[in-house]
Design a binder for this molecule. Sequence first.
Ligand code: CU
Ligand code: CU
Length: 331
Amino acid sequence: MVSRRTFLKAGGAALGAAALGGALARAQTATSPAAASHVHGFNDVVGPLRVDDFDPYAFLTQFNRGDTVTNLGAGRARREWRIVAYNRDLEIAPNVSFPAWTFNGQVPGPTLRAREGDMVSIAFQNASPHPHTMHFHGIHAAEMDGVPGIGPGEIKPGGKFTYEFEAKPHGVHLYHCHALPLKRHVHKGLYGAYVVDPPDGWGEPAREMVMAMNAFDTDGDGENEVYAVNTKAFAYARKPIQVKRGELQRVFLVNVTEFDPLNSFHLHANFFRYREIGHTSNAWRFTDNVHLIQAERGLLEFTFDMPGRYMFQAHQSEFTELGWMGFFEVS
Ligand code: CU
Ligand code: CU
């Protein structure tokens, strides 16, 4: 078995399925619209990127505000979601299939979005062979915290539980499974972003995106072979995120990387303002690079004043070369 570090030392400029553990690789025939816009001159994977199983381009701006929404008056709403946990193979790089554990068949799970003061209700169903929970960050009753041994505890295969609480405080949060062994349940893909809007909104209108920095251990050695934002290696490098010059960009950034203690976000040829947890009482920082431990998250805002193609990446070079790199294309 070639370890990722040996592989990089050998000067590999492209990830190959063989180097990533051939046992998990499988043939695929789906084509990707991304392939047509392939950019040369950066580290990349070989072959078309499949997006029919999970589409990182659509996911980027998909915010789920409730399957059912009831107006409670006084600006408050009750938001209900149905979330089902089940196992599903997802392609994380061309010809590299990952046996994921998913919320609603996707990794990350759906981005759930409420407003501070809303009532949220998540009807969780476990349709997988392992016990799971849904643990939300935020302020709520202990029984709703989704950890083993408290309240409903682990939801067994075939089981159901409805988590209900008020959405607070506002900020950029996340949810994830908290069943044991924790690192396995997180690493397998049971996580998602949970955004709680401030009562008066975030401020200036902006183009909003969610980015979950994640990674995958494809050979079971306890370290990651593939890194990404939103699961698919190099997705936003192959097909850059289109932005308009002068338009405010707002990124809800979440670190859900297992095994590595830190991940980071670096923006090229520009700076951004950054607010920890996204809470408006936290001060803005002005920087071009932030590093986050697991479950740390924040709000980034920036504007491009000049057209062109701007890289964004983890500023851990190894992560960049293993898939965590993309571009904003400013026109
Ligand atoms: Cu789990
Ligand atoms: Cu957590």
